[in-house]
Design a binder for this molecule. Sequence first.
Ligand code: F6P
Length: 495
Amino acid sequence: MWTPETLSSLASEKFEGTPLIVVSNREPYVHTKDNGVVEWSQPASGVTAGLDPILQACGGTWIAQGVGEADFEVADSQNKVAVPPDNPRYTLKRVRLSESDRKGFYDGMSNNGLWPLCHVAYTSPIFKESDWESYKKVNRIFADAILEEIKGRSAFVFIQDYHFALLARYLKLDNPSIITAQFWHIPWPDPEVLARCPWQEEILEGLLGNDLLAFHTTYYGTNFLNSVERATESRIDYDYRHIFMGGHRTSVRAFPMGVDFESINEQAKHKEVGNEVLRLKEEMGLADKFIGVGLDRLDYTKGVLERLNAIDRLLELNPEYKNRLVFLQLGAASRMQVDSYRDINDEINRLIERINIKYGNDVWTPVIRFSEDPGHTMRMATRVMADFYVVSSLHDGMNLVAKEFVASRHDEGGSLILSPFTGAADELRDAFVVNPYATDEFARTIDSAIKASPQEKRRRIISMRSVVRDNTIYKWAADLITAMTEFENQPIRVG
Ligand code: F6P
């Protein structure tokens, strides 16, 4: 069983003093101001929440975009600040981007282009040349920030996600002694879909600058190998899942990300969580209701409309739920500068209103939405009090929310209703698996999940808890560190 302590020992043994640098677009801590007073918080992001405990255990430097209004005020002359701010364990180095670079790189190429390209959710990607120029420029800016930090030495650089497809190649060309591993947290599309991207070759070549390229599932890795075979001149060893290009070898492997099971399990038992459950039940009149919960960062890939349509159908098919079932839809808005995100937000509100008008009455509101970040305690309380918890993504690299729900249920109660189009469905085989597009089946599955015997519910959650307990975020990090430190330095040839 991996713990922060055993991970920390592994890191010292494997890194042998070579610095570790983690790179992501989203920063793990943001400094803001309230009435002139500097405050800090952690953003709602599965990736930063998952990596922060790892950096706390292993130490190192995390390089990310500074977005808070007080971010650079609290940082030193190299834009560095020690974090967590209340108990420093590692260094956060912030990169400052101009508004136009940020827009083209993040709103544009990353979220209007690559995000819909990689997720089958029927939103078309938009590829603009000006966004691609910003994307290349920002990848270069990050490469320079990393190289400045490394100062010509060797280092392990662990890159996160689709914002930085070109970074590893830039780094290797400048300093071949760097070992790079990249985790692509979202799905990888099949070669035909990837071909919609006008810069697919540059993106593939950029990613092949890595020594290790990691995905949540073997399937995404296979899509990547097939994409490389289709679009580049390279040699692929399918048995070992190695790609050889320009004298450099990239190993493609799956590392399903986990959560901090023990910590979530313990936090869910806290008295303040219990009190929050009582408060919510009291304030919303939920004491005698079947409670359904959905918690998502607002995104059209999460299948929220499909889930609400299923609730609508459930109420239509089962009048016995009248006055007896309430569905809570929680989660903060995100990427609101992007049109498709504003549209989905409005559509969700309209659909909820329609459902509540259709079925609700003076004493019963069937669907309640919280569009602000619910915060830690409420998030935990809603997991603990849910009779059924719905994760209905249309496509999702992993979905850690499903694993967090399972880890919270120390009472061995509650049912998880899970889309098969999530990476998590590979592991959580005892969930009530449902196709989010099949509304009738979805409604029937919610009904079965509510009516399943207590023994059946218990059997399922116990089995899933053992899976989540065995594959924690610390194990994920230990496996990645072990894999990353196996590589010899491999130069990359230009051309
Ligand atoms: O799942 C992909 C991802 O980029 C995660 O890395 C992150 O948790 C989430 O989306 C949030 O995205 P953003 O940083 O754009 O708010």
